[in-house]
Ligand binder design. Structure first.
Ligand code: ATP
Ligand code: MG
Length: 473
């Protein structure tokens, strides 16, 4: 399988460059350069080194580096000036500065000049590798953000459903196969996962696209009203029935009837619905004749219908009748970098609506969005982006434009780095599990590529997935 273009491109590119990334070490001390070459090389980076700032800048014009490590005292230039030059010419390449122990002021000056981070001498190679690794990850995330705009346009999608995660591609496969059939479809999923979006897409992609799409929310009205809405009524059927009215089943003929929140369907009405679906005829309230209809039925619920069946709140026979094909919408937190793709999609939409020049997300904002659990799923993300576009004073949505609960998220690598709140600490294997799944999702399930990025062989990856109960699909 080839990795799709777009958000995952940066990860794939990082993999192609060597798992750890390409690092340029600048120090006029050859010995230290060689030490870094061996030490970082052993830890998965591909290392080049230069002993002067001019040489380093020259190399950066020709080659692509993921990070630069520089000493402060260079022969031909101050390390801080080198930072400033890199920040001006190649703002995408993070610089890590090596400072002398105790010289916090120069470290701060370096950060001001655009350095990503600093490390004090003498240092452990392991600590340098950790800092460089974070710098490379930071760059990868930045690239990912830059690529998102294009990705939104090129993204694989089904109709107007945005997303290209493995979970969503499985949904598209299923929708593709069932769109042109007449079989009843039950769409389940947490609130805001896009169940109605799916119902509409099925309609538009099906044979009945030219017919009507008629939607009704089964939770929105009392039983008697719902019955006359669905089945229609004869003139004089009840006090207000001054004229006969065609029900929604009949109105949907030639098209699709969408029974939203079907789990809330009153128990008393369920046998009548079942009968209508079986016989493809309805009896209007207060009438004596029957009316045939020819509509495809798509139903949706965020309830667990199987336990509703067990608790006798939902008829088993009706459940089987509507659940011929089951489309389970994955929660947004299981869709990996679709979060960023959708965020960019909504951002562009709301920016256009508000005629405001907002073009993307800052890397830090993207990171918070990726880490938040999104209990309200895509709807919550859409609301979050609408608010952010309205609030932001920049072209890029910043962390401060996000709601508090999204901002307060700390990513797993921040937990690793700081770890000051014990309640957020988790076992090492849990960190590993989350990260492995995230990488897998980012490379669209490509195990060879994922194993390369993670530095495992394929067998090890399979063994781990097996232990965590993840099907090697
Ligand atoms: N994959 C997607 N791509 C683009 N927009 C989406 C996607 N999924 C959901 N949306 C948007 O998110 C919002 C919520 O989607 P929808 O109303 O379909 O969710 P739902 O599952 O029916 O939620 P509920 O259970 O609360 O009724 C809508 O504005 C919809 O357009
Ligand atoms: Mg809905």
């Amino acid at each position: 399988m080839s990795a799709p273009a777009g958000a995952v491109g940066a990860v794939a590119a990082a993999a192609a460059r060597g798992a750890g990334g390409r690092v340029l070490v600048v120090d006029d001390d050859r010995g230290l350069c060689e030490l870094c070459d061996v030490g970082l090389g052993r830890r998965g980076f591909s290392v080049a080194w230069r002993t002067s700032a001019e040489e380093a800048l020259e190399s950066m014009r020709d080659g692509d580096f993921d990070a630069v490590v520089t000493d402060l005292n260079l022969r031909d230039m101050n390390g801080i000036d080198l930072c400033a030059r890199v920040a001006a010419n190649r703002p995408d390449v993070p610089v890590v500065v090596i400072t002398a122990f105790g010289s916090l002021e120069t470290a701060i000056a370096a950060i001001r000049a655009g350095a990503y981070d600093f490390i004090t001498k003498p240092f452990e190679m392991e600590a340098l590798a950790l800092t460089v690794r974070r710098a490379v990850q930071h760059r990868t995330l930045r690239e990912e953000v830059v690529r998102l705009r294009r990705a939104v346009k090129d993204a694989q999608r089904f109709d107007d459903i945005v997303g290209q995660s493995r979970a969503m591609r499985a949904v598209y496969d299923l929708l593709e196969r069932v769109a042109s059939s007449d079989a009843s479809v039950l769409v389940t999923g947490e609130s805001g996962t896009g169940k109605e979006v799916v119902a509409r897409a099925l309609h538009r992609r099906g044979r009945r696209a030219a017919g009507p799409f008629v939607a009704i929310n089964c939770a929105a009205m009392p039983e008697s009203l719902l019955e006359s809405e669905l089945f229609g009524h004869a003139k004089g059927a009840f006090t207000d029935a001054k004229a006969a009215r065609t029900g929604l089943f009949a109105q949907a003929s030639g098209g699709t009837l969408f029974l939203d929140e079907v789990g809330e369907m009153p128990v008393g009405l369920q046998p009548k619905i079942l009968r209508a679906l079986q016989e493809r005829r309805v009896r209007p309230v207060g009438g004596d004749g029957e009316v045939a209809f020819d509509a495809r039925i798509v139903a949706a619920t965020n309830r667990d219908l199987e336990s509703a069946v067990e608790e006798r709140r939902f008829r088993e026979d009706l459940y089987y009748r509507i659940n011929v094909i089951h489309v389970a919408m994955p929660p947004l937190r299981g869709r990996g970098s679709d979060v960023l793709l959708l965020a960019q999609h909504f951002l562009e939409r709301f920016a256009a609506q508000a005629a405001k020049k907002v073009t993307g997300l800052s890397p830090a904002a993207a990171e918070r969005l990726m880490g938040y659990a999104w209990p309200g799923n895509v709807r919550e993300l859409a609301n979050c982006m609408e608010r952010a576009v309205a609030l932001t004073q920049y072209e890029q949505v910043a962390v401060e434009d996000l709601p508090d609960k999204v901002r307060s998220y700390r990513s797993s690598h921040l937990i690793l780095a700081s770890g000051d709140d014990p309640s957020e600490l988790v076992p090492m294997e849990e960190i590993e599990r989350r990260y492995v799944l995230r990488v897998l999702d980012a490379v669209a399930g490509n195990k060879t590529l994922a194993a390369q990025i993670l530095g495992f062989d394929r067998k090890t990856l399979y063994r781990k997935l097996d232990r965590w109960g993840v099907a090697p699909g």
